[in-house]
Design a protein around this ligand. Structure first.
Ligand code: GRF
Length: 224
């Protein structure tokens, strides 16, 4: 059974699109139960509309505090049947109460190699610092910003002429590859938490007629 996920967005939603595409290709055992944005004009909501996905805007400014805003999100996600939460370019911190509503099932993508460059300007901070390698991180969410256990990271080169935009664009292309993979592991119950460490369970023994991925080199890419 496909895992019903809520995807939280604040902006363009290109990571949401990557998830939609993988689901439509049949590569990802999840279904999008709800796209939720805290911003009225977020293009992520438009993407949801185009693909006829349930979507809702819950402006955070309508609520007196973070706790009330999060309670509104919890209600909307539960009503839609969401069992896991993917923060895909969602620019708000969430509360412990929200995390406890979906225990072990809230993940986030961050455009830097954590623990370096947390915060809202990851690519710009990395470019300004002059790193030679940057990348992205998908991690479980805890109550500290960009801090929870790492599920998967991917690296890209960074060049002296990079700024936040050029480096961010290179990182974003990577995000679109690794986020659907992390969601697939979550959806198929392949992630085990050992303290701060995340172990990805081996792929199940292939059924007759399936290609055994472990014996394919170079490895098959997502969607094949
Ligand atoms: C991405 O880099 C994401 O990691 C972030 O915001 C950016 C926007 O992504 N925090 P998207 O196009 O809205 O998915």
């Amino acid at each position: 059974m496909a895992l019903p996920i809520a995807v939280l967005v604040s902006g363009s939603g290109s990571n949401l699109q990557a998830l939609i595409d993988r689901i439509e290709q049949g590569a990802l055992d999840a279904r999008i139960a709800l796209v939720l944005s805290n911003k009225e004009g977020a293009y992520g909501l438009e993407r949801a509309r185009k693909h006829r996905l349930p979507h809702v805007c819950i402006p955070h400014a309508d609520y007196p505090d973070r706790a009330e805003f999060d309670r509104a999100m919890i209600r909307a996600i539960r009503k839609a049947g969401g069992e896991a939460v993917v923060m895909a370019g969602f620019m708000r911190m969430i509360t412990g109460e929200f995390l406890r509503a979906f225990p072990g099932k809230v993940i986030n993508i961050h455009p830097a190699l954590l623990p370096s460059f947390p915060g809202v300007h990851g690519p710009r901070d990395a470019a300004d610092y002059g790193v030679a390698i940057s990348g992205c991180t998908v991690h479980f969410v805890d109550e500290i910003m960009d801090h929870g256990p790492v599920i998967i990271q991917a690296a890209v080169p960074a060049y002296p002429e990079d700024d936040g935009q050029t480096l961010g664009g290179r990182i974003l292309a990577c995000e679109h590859r690794v986020l659907p993979q992390a969601v697939q592991w979550l959806a198929t119950d392949r992630l085990r938490l050992e303290g701060r460490k995340v172990r990805v369970q081996p792929a199940p023994v292939p059924k007759a007629g399936e290609v055994p991925g472990a014996l394919v080199n170079p490895p098959l890419e997502l969607g094949f």
